[in-house]
Design a protein around this ligand. Structure first.
Ligand code: NAP
Length: 326
């Protein structure tokens, strides 16, 4: 192969970007669905550590979501100065409780700021994260998240569609076709396909250049002998992967990337609620590296995808599974 000519090496296109500049999410706002615990919680903290303000979404676990918001503010106070924004004192956490809007009554940001709060809200510049209760499987829930983000942060740059069913407990004992019924079918398609599509649609309307969307998938889309069938997980996650490829094409002209992250087996509360200790040890043992993934492993990938370095990575389905499935 020809050596690059000296002049091309001086071309800015060849220049490495500095780590802080290329990965900083300063001034950006993110929504992370299902971030009251597990992988979503780690992603919310990671994006916040990179400088983004974050909507921490949950559907039931308010205590968990409040804990994530508090942790983000604690991280922010402890973070080095290069991550500090124009805000001078971030000693606050906030939980805003939002309800879905009437379809014919969109709220203006000023109207939204008057929404119920659990306590006197801190100055807006000090709020690095808010917890928002919304069912990410519904269109109304998605609208609630969008309104909350716009009211609190005035913008949406990043959407991480992490909320998902975890384990066979939610989709039948073994996830086989025989275990599948209409209610499970509707639940899986609502949370993995309908909710993400309409939330992505709403966010795309307000996202600017440099926007990022991340769908979530599951190893079950690649069949193996070690996993149960997970019929509905495989079908709905496959649909989500296709959505992300399609939206990547549609949004590329606007400088917005769309990718899918497929976690391997990750040690989370969802996994612990699904598998026995014995099975978790077995699953760790079958990984070539001898361990399960951690929420931080997945959060690190998501953080990178949201940064400027990943601006040419779009329409991809990226696995983080410690070489379990290659
Ligand atoms: N852990 C793994 O091994 C693994 C493997 C492959 C894929 N994944 C995928 O990775 C994602 C995170 O998994 P995880 O193991 O971290 O899950 P997890 O520990 O069970 O946590 C799930 C999170 O999603 C929230 N959630 C669930 N339904 C929701 C809804 N309808 N609306 C809003 N929030 C909702 C939960 O909060 P509430 O309880 O408040 O609703 C919680 O914060 C999921 O999409 C999962 O399918 C995980």
């Amino acid at each position: 192969m020809d050596e690059p000519s000296p002049s091309s090496l001086h071309d800015p296109l060849y220049a490495p970007s500095t780590a802080f500049d290329s990965q900083s999410l300063h001034g950006k706002a993110a929504i992370v669905t299902g971030s009251s615990r597990g992988i979503g919680a780690a992603i919310a903290r990671r994006l916040a550590a990179l400088g983004a303000r974050v909507v921490v979404n949950y559907s039931k676990d308010q205590q968990g979501a409040d804990g994530v918001v508090a942790a983000i503010h604690a991280d922010y106070r402890a973070s080095p100065p290069h991550l500090a924004s124009s805000s001078t004192n971030a000693s606050t956490s906030a939980t805003l409780t939002h309800s879905a809007p009437a379809p014919d009554a969109p709220e203006s940001p000023s109207k939204q700021s008057a929404m119920d709060t659990d306590s006197t809200p801190p100055p807006k510049a000090d709020v690095r994260a808010i917890a928002v209760r919304a069912d990410a499987s519904t269109i109304a829930g998605g609208q609630t998240l969008i309104r909350a983000a716009l009211a609190a942060f005035g913008r949406i740059d990043i959407l991480v569609l992490n909320a998902g069913l975890s384990g066979e407990a939610k989709v039948g004992t073994d996830g086989t076709m025989a275990d599948t019924d209409e209610a499970a079918f509707d639940r899986a398609f609502a949370l993995h396909v309908k909710g993400p599509l309409f939330l992505a649609k709403g966010c795309a309307e307000v996202m600017g250049e440099g926007g990022r969307m991340i769908f979530f998938s599951h190893l079950a889309t690649r069949k193996s002998t070690i996993l149960p069938s997970y019929v509905l997980v495989a079908a709905t996650r496959g649909a989500g992967e296709q959505l992300s490829r399609t939206l990547a094409k549609e949004l590329a002209p606007r400088g917005i990337t769309v990718n899918t992250v497929t976690p391997g087996l990750v040690d989370t509360p969802g996994m612990r609620a699904t598998y026995s200790e014995h099975k978790i040890s077995f699953l760790a043992g079958i990984h070539p590296g001898g361990r399960l993934g951690t929420p931080g492993d997945i959060a690190a990938l998501c953080g990178w995808l949201c940064g400027r370095d990943a601006s040419f990575v779009s329409g991809q389905c990226i696995q983080a599974n410690g070489a379990l499935v290659v």
